[in-house]
Design a protein around this ligand. Structure first.
Ligand code: GUN
Length: 297
């Protein structure tokens, strides 16, 4: 059944959130606080350069004070930890974001544990991960899964009691996504299945999903015959595929075979223009929350 208007407009919903964030920024300005977010990038991963550039640009658009530290790939773990220590104490920055992935030889869990939890707007610190699992809303939830919950809620999609199937168990998306959706809470209460590389018969799990979230990083993995008629499909993937016609020799595709799946889905995120803008919107929102907490002290 073709469905013409079934797109979930991530860009438009992200703009709603930015408008709310901007109001908070104006309120903070009246009490003399300007939110600040500092980025740390290590090495020259081209995708990371693009992502940090987009986040920086959004900070400037919203009036968030921002700065980027770009360390060479040869930077040591000790150098990175010493920079984080300095930024932890710098009161002009309420949020610190160390862009993943980090070069081999740097222990990412050590790095994320070194960020002050109150400044960990990425939600990767063990304290924030623990609060997320416990359902304690005082922590920060990772931006991509938190953004997906916002997408669903603001699109009028009921989560409670639904079968949610997540493809991928990574620390940035899959695992925190499962924690958010299984929460005993109004914007959650789903029955969650997490599939991964060792799952047998992934297609059968997918076909049970009322809400299917693809975040395993395999280009166009989710085919039409893996999707139940009327399911909600969220595509988190960003995969490079060779394309001799494209100027750069490649193009980006999601984890969902979008054109084939779209007619079966009740609602589906485009990619790009679905989850990506939401990740940035939640990051800005978390930064303003971090600044508000400091302004209250
Ligand atoms: N790399 C891919 N996604 C993310 C994210 O949400 N935060 C950071 N810091 N790095 C990422």
């Amino acid at each position: 059944m073709a469905n013409k208007d079934n797109l979930i407009d991530g860009k438009a919903i992200a703009e709603q959130i930015h408008a709310e964030t901007r109001e908070e920024i104006e309120r903070l300005a009246r009490v003399g606080t300007r939110p600040g977010l500092v980025f740390v990038r290590v090495g020259d991963d081209p995708a990371s350069q693009v992502y940090v550039g987009m986040k920086e640009k959004m900070c400037r658009r919203l009036g968030i004070h921002t700065e980027t530290h770009a360390l060479p790939a040869s930077a040591s773990e000790a150098e990175l930890l010493s920079l984080i220590d300095r930024l932890n104490r710098d009161e002009t920055f309420h949020g610190i974001l160390v862009q993943a992935p980090l070069p081999k030889g740097i222990d990412a869990s050590k790095v994320y544990s070194a960020i002050r939890p109150e400044k960990d707007v990425d939600g990767f610190h063990p304290i924030n991960m623990g609060k997320l699992l416990l359902g304690d809303p005082s922590g920060f939830a990772p931006c991509t899964p938190a953004g997906i919950v916002e997408l669903l809620v603001r699109s009028g999609i009921e989560i409670r009691g639904k079968e949610a199937v997540i493809l991928g168990r990574g620390n940035i998306v899959g695992k925190p996504m499962a924690a958010l959706l299984m929460q005993k809470a109004p914007r959650a209460d789903a029955t969650v299945t997490v599939c991964h590389s060792r799952t047998r018969n992934i297609a059968a799990h997918c076909r049970r999903a009322d809400i299917l979230i693809a975040a395993m990083g395999v280009a166009r993995f989710v085919k039409a015959d893996m999707v139940k008629e009327g399911a909600v499909v969220v595509d988190v993937g960003v995969n490079r595929v060779d394309d001799p016609q494209a100027q750069r020799g490649y193009r980006l595709v999601g984890d969902v075979d979008f054109e084939a799946v779209r007619p079966k889905a009740a609602r589906i995120t485009p990619n790009p223009g679905g989850v990506g803008p939401m990740t940035i919107a939640m990051l800005m929102k978390n930064t303003v929350r971090a600044a508000q907490a400091l302004a209250r002290r």
